[in-house]
Design a protein around this ligand. Structure first.
Ligand SMILES: [Fe+2]
Length: 277
């Protein structure tokens, strides 16, 4: 499924939402932007790619350039088809193959086909109408996760750097919980200069300051709880997860090993990414 709309008529900035569907019901939406000839992230592959290409052909003023916040499959799933059909150049913050996209995620989002890309080296990219897109390092969700600030509109696209204001119980191996908190604080400090914050799943955030404050506070509480329960129960992942992160969910085995509470505990205890315990 694909939804899209221009943020303001004539602005040249379009907000896209893509998702796979199950019996006509949308699964989890992923958001991305088209800014003149630039595309920031490309959504998930299982969205109806033929229609997506037609839409992009009708709105893009020239050969596209893709900038990715990170290379998780739900944010770069259409890189390959856009490059193949529209000749896009692609710039990414870090390289990655997609061998870790397990069956459940392939069913959910699809696994991206390979594409040619270069690393993001510029601080600023200039679109066909002269807008500036500033690349801002927002590590934590992945080691080089990057957000983008569109000027002069001052729209900040944060990809997966500031998702739901929950305690964030599960982590992927490449995530660094402590760095995620630092990045949330960095984004919080930028809000004074932003007119809009757009998240890679939830779209336009209505109250970014409240959202980020809640998120930062919840994650810091989680750090404290994990550290104190780990000090009392060193090495006991099961007990620490139960006491600090809550009851296990029935679907946990389907998410593992890619997403797990063990990664969360490892990352908090070691201060590094989840896999480096
Ligand atoms: Fe992600």
């Amino acid at each position: 499924m694909i939804r899209y709309s221009e943020l303001k008529p004539g602005s040249g900035i379009y907000l896209f939402k893509t998702c796979a569907s199950f019996f006509g019901r949308p699964l989890m939406w992923t958001c991305f932007l088209a800014v003149d000839n630039y595309i920031i992230d490309t959504g998930n592959a299982r969205c109806g790619q033929g229609r997506l290409i037609k839409i992009l052909e009708s709105i893009l003023p020239g050969k596209p350039v893709i900038l990715n916040t990170h290379l998780h499959e739900d944010h770069c799933g259409n890189n390959s088809i856009i490059q193949e059909k529209l000749g896009a150049d692609i710039f990414v913050p870090e390289e990655k193959n997609f061998s870790d996209v397990t069956l459940i995620y392939r069913l959910f989002w699809g696994r991206p086909d390979s594409f040619n890309c270069e690393l993001i080296r510029e601080k600023t990219y200039i679109t066909s109408s002269g807008k500036k897109i500033r690349a801002i390092r927002t590590p934590g969700h992945t080691p080089e996760h990057t957000s983008f600030l569109i000027e002069p509109e001052m729209i900040l696209f944060t990809g997966d750097a500031s998702p739901l204001a929950s305690r964030k119980v599960y982590l992927m191996p490449e995530e660094n919980y402590i760095e995620e908190i630092r990045t949330l604080e960095k984004i919080r400090s930028m809000l004074g200069q932003c007119n809009m914050v757009i998240d890679g799943h939830y779209g336009i955030i209505g109250d970014p300051a409240g959202h980020l404050d809640t998120r930062i506070s919840n994650m810091k509480q989680t750090v404290d709880m994990v550290r104190s329960t780990w000090a009392e129960n060193p090495g006991n992942y099961r007990k620490v997860a139960f006491m600090a992160l809550g009851k296990p969910n029935f679907y946990d085995p389907f998410l593992q090993p890619r997403i797990s509470t063990r990664n969360t505990i490892n990352s908090i205890i070691t201060g590094t990414a989840g896999q480096r315990s």
